[in-house]
Write a protein that binds this ligand. Sequence first.
Ligand code: FAD
Length: 503
Amino acid sequence: MAERIKIAIIGGGTAGWMTAAALASLATDRICDLVLVESEAIGTVGVGEATIPAIKDFNDLLGIPERDFMRFTQATFKLGIEFSGWGRQNTSYIHPFGTFGDTIAGSDFHQQWLRFSHSAETKPLEAYSLAVQMCRHNRFKFPGRKSGEDTIATDSRFAYAYHFDAGLYARYLRLFSERKGVRRIEGRITGAQLNRDSGDIEGVLLKSGQRIDADYFIDCSGFRSLLLGERLGVRYESWKHWLPCDSAVAMPSERNPELPPVTRATAKAVGWQWQIPLQHRTGNGLVFQSGLMSEDEAVTSLQQSLGGHSGSGPRVIHFEAGKRSCSWYKNCIAIGLAAGFLEPLESTSIYLIQSAIAHFLALLPGKVAPPQLVREFNRQMDLEYERARDFIILHYHLNQRDDSELWHYCRSMNIPDSLRGRIDAFRKRGYIEQYRFGLFAPPSWLSVMMGQGLMPEKTDPLSATVDTTLAQRTMAEQFEAVQQALGTMVSSREFVGNYCATA
Ligand code: FAD
């Protein structure tokens, strides 16, 4: 029987409550005491409403009933992101949570598509993606599930995520966690005491005078990084030179009754604007570079684009893309904004919370963590952050805009070698590496690279060995299959309405 440990989670935003819910559900035999401290007066960052499909795995693993969760958090389904104006002006493409066709005789679909792209019968690439077509036509159904069955997804052509109200999701997980025995303590942390010899955190001190001791402290305190950053002095590695946007203004507006299953990310002169459809409202925000646009200008620009239909007042948030040089140091593990933040494009933050929880659970030590496990956790998290970072930089780097310094800079900046290698391999022969874990899968890279005008010079030579008639017939069949599937679906609005109305 493994040693049982005490864990204190510091912070009750999305990161804190996701961590509490997961540990309380999945590690009860290893944890003897699980406590979460949060301060209502300080509050949470209150954004973070678009997710990627991994969130469904998280909820399923914890046994969270989907309907119940969707009703509570006012959620809608999400099948991808529509990027407008990132490549040529007035063009848009969709990054789908799904494939662009199945392999044909072992050859990647996009290689066959490139091979026949000049033929009159070949449709635009996005016509072969069911998820893209569902986004374009506002349609939804579960991947391969019959109504009434709640778990198994069998259609490998697409997956889905959610848009949800971040505040309500944290509240949902709080109720869930408290039912599973997590103790919540309301209060402001004013300090932390370190062990003189080891440098580990022994306890955190609350303004009330209370002290909370634990074997491990999970720092979910948000941008401030109260324990890992401030108390233990783990430095912040800035990625601002690759991701120069450093501010956002967020403002809700009226609900969009169509409940489209897609997040919109529209490039603007000095940044980009998001639009996230929820059941009860629409989340909007403008991400911008503060050196090129003032807060007032950003607020005005966002308000104008909403046609004056904004709800409650604008909130401005400042950030710096980057991460702590390690997420686990001594007996403190930072999860969420306390560990790092890229920027909201591609909704990677909640995924990074989830992956930190998963890696922590997989390596969960006894009362004292062997340094090898700590190193492995940090190595895996570095990889996760760097992969997500490269994918986000890709969008900025491949832009074709001319309307501000931001876009010129991003086009000509030096990018990480890891990203340079991926772009070059794609440019040469359409090659995209498949990661064994982490973000993102080849169709995601394909959608952004081709969507923003990067076309391979040549195809993979092996693709030419596939019989021409077979390849073209299979492509036509796959296109037909997408059309047929689309014809069986109802509108996203109807689907969400019916699903959430049923008991
Ligand atoms: P917070 O929500 O800030 O929570 C910090 C917690 O720590 C709070 O409970 C606070 O009270 C507590 N705390 C802090 N100091 C103390 C103290 N001294 N004493 C006691 N308690 C304390 N992510 C996505 O995945 N998708 C998105 O679409 C997305 N959009 C975003 C848009 C913007 C503009 C920004 C800035 C972020 C976005 N994110 C998004 C990221 C996402 O918001 C965060 O990853 C997520 O909300 C987790 O935040 P957190 O829990 O780490 O921090």
